[in-house]
Write a protein that binds this ligand. Structure first.
Ligand code: BGC
Length: 270
């Protein structure tokens, strides 16, 4: 078991969609960096409890909490619980997201709406509650140089168009300007807002793209660094982005993608 570090000591993080994949790794990473963690999940209580157990076994504090991030009353309840339990919230990792893929011509309005609701409206609702709490609590210079940190989980598909996934790509394009506009508006309040844009990371969301050697070989054609990402590649960056070590990074999208956004199709073409 990794020992607790003090990088985020005295701070509380809410990580949405933290029962699997990138969110789970971020929750564990922040817990091991000394933060109290609210491990939010929508359905998979077992995955969330696993993250809580790992943090607690290392001597940290964490609590699992079920919330659909696209529902305002539920999001408000989660922040209330976090404040009652841990005193305040310092860090929001707006991670909850999903895919409902279909060719454009067949995509149902329900699947369009569902993905936008969770991936984009969910980030809006959680960020709004976070900002309200940051302002209520006020500055604590002994804890952090900023009033609070918001990390939006985006994707390389905030930039790369994605046929067959227009709902997902539109949601991440929306996250890009949500994050940048929030950063412009909230910077003067000393609230730091950034995005992390993962490429292909081995998680349940894209299992089909890396599960077999043939699929992985195909996927690697899109990754100049020739490695499919691990969830720790993202959680390490998120923990750093939540800490004062990155205090001057504001309004940025950090692509963590092994070079997927470098147009690898042009390597021997064009
Ligand atoms: C998607 C994955 C995909 C990756 C790279 C992510 O945002 O959720 O399914 O493998 O982008 O295309």
């Amino acid at each position: 078991m990794q020992p607790i570090s003090s990088k985020l000591a005295g701070q509380t993080a809410i990580v949405t969609g933290a029962s699997s994949g990138i969110g789970k790794a971020c929750a564990i990473g922040m817990g091991l960096a000394g933060a109290n963690v609210v491990v939010n999940y929508a359905g998979n209580s077992q995955g969330a409890e696993e993250a809580v157990a790992i943090i607690q076994e290392a001597g940290g504090q964490a609590i699992a909490y079920k919330v659909d991030v696209s529902k305002q009353d539920q999001v408000k309840a989660m922040f209330k619980m976090a404040i009652e339990t841990f005193g305040t919230v310092d860090i929001l990792v707006n991670n909850a997201g999903l895919q409902k893929d279909a060719p454009f011509i067949d995509m149902s309005l329900e699947d369009w709406q569902f993905v936008l609701d969770v991936n984009l409206t969910g980030q809006f609702l959680c960020a709004q509650e976070a900002v309200r709490e940051f302002n209520r609590r006020g500055m604590r210079p002994e804890v952090s140089r900023s009033l609070g940190k918001i990390i939006c989980m985006s994707s390389v598909h905030e930039l790369i168009p994605w046929a067959g996934h227009v709902n997902y790509a539109a949601s991440k394009g929306g996250v890009m300007l949500l994050m940048r506009s929030l950063a412009q508006e909230l910077g003067p309040m000393k609230i730091r807002v950034n995005s992390v844009a993962p490429g292909a990371i081995k998680t349940p969301i894209n299992r089909m793209a890396w599960e077999t050697p043939e699929a992985e070989e195909r996927l690697l054609k899109l990754i100049p660094y020739k490695r499919v990402g691990e969830t720790s590649d993202i959680s390490n960056v998120c923990c750093w982005l939540a800490s004062d070590e990155s205090d001057y990074i504001h309004g940025a999208t950090l692509f963590v993608d092994g070079g997927m956004t470098l147009y690898p199709g042009f390597e021997d073409n064009g």
